[in-house]
Design a protein around this ligand. Structure first.
Ligand code: PEP
Length: 247
């Protein structure tokens, strides 16, 4: 039985004051599933301190594929561990689309995270034009295959995969539970072809305009093991309601 996991992706949002308010609100609710807050790099110490004792883990939104050294502006996985991160988002579609992250780079970052003992949340998903062209399963399979070329399913199972259709991220347009389940079942079958046991353990999250009102129906699908939540995670009460739906 896979425990549900719900991760907040704050993206490039927040301030010291807003984070403190969010944490105060979060501390007043009891989380009912595994939870992670992925905050911007500069706020990781603040958010980590605020989450202490809540049972909610700290995560980052990216890491370098390199070991520490002369890589101006980059952040190494070692540094994330040093400030208390247990998780890191890898290959979010915004990084793939706006910062040129390829399947191969995403796979290297996932492998680097795993080698350091950080749990990656590896994001995959198709664009609207790819879906309209009937290429969804092929595109997602290629993204997953690139990761599997560098990381075994058993090692990936320490982290998670997140199926995030690009057309559903931040658009208010959610994949239907059936659409998400179809892709996530295909991902699990692909993982199972490599390692049937580990494929049953690896959590596959859904992300894309998850809200308190649609979370329960999505999370009820057999291959949806929780969510990666962007916009709705910025309001602690909404994030808490989504986590409650994952009970
Ligand atoms: C995300 O950024 O991972 C995401 C799913 O965003 P949103 O929930 O806002 O669609």
């Amino acid at each position: 039985m896979r425990r549900k996991l719900v991760a907040a992706n704050w993206k490039m949002n927040g301030s010291s004051a807003a984070n403190a308010q969010w944490i105060a609100a979060w501390r007043s609710v009891a989380s009912t599933c595994d939870t992670v807050v992925c905050a911007p790099f500069v706020y990781l110490p603040q958010v980590g301190a605020g989450l202490a004792g809540t049972g909610t883990d700290l995560g980052a939104q990216n890491l370098s594929e390199q070991a520490p050294g002369a890589f101006t502006g980059e952040v190494a996985g070692e540094m994330l561990l040093d400030v208390g991160c247990r998780w890191v988002i890898v290959g979010h579609s915004e990084r793939r689309a706006m910062y040129g992250e390829t399947n191969e780079l995403v796979a290297k970052k996932a492998a680097r995270a795993i080698a350091l003992g950080l749990r990656p949340i590896v994001c995959v998903g198709e664009t609207l034009s790819e879906r309209d062209a009937g290429r969804t399963l092929d595109v997602v399979a290629a993204q997953v295959a690139a990761v599997l070329a560098q990381c075994s399913v058993a090692k990936l199972a320490a982290g998670a995969l997140a199926y995030e259709p690009v057309w559903a991220i931040g658009t208010g347009r959610t994949a239907t539970p059936a659409q998400a389940q179809e892709v996530q079942a295909a991902i699990r079958a692909q993982l199972a072809a490599a390692d049937a046991t580990a494929a049953q353990q690896l959590r596959i999250l859904y992300g894309g305009s998850v809200k308190p009102g649609n979370a329960a129906e999505l999370f009820a699908q057999p291959d949806i093991d929780g969510g990666l939540i962007g916009g709705a995670s910025l309001v602690a009460a909404d994030f808490a309601a989504i986590c409650a739906a994952a009970k």
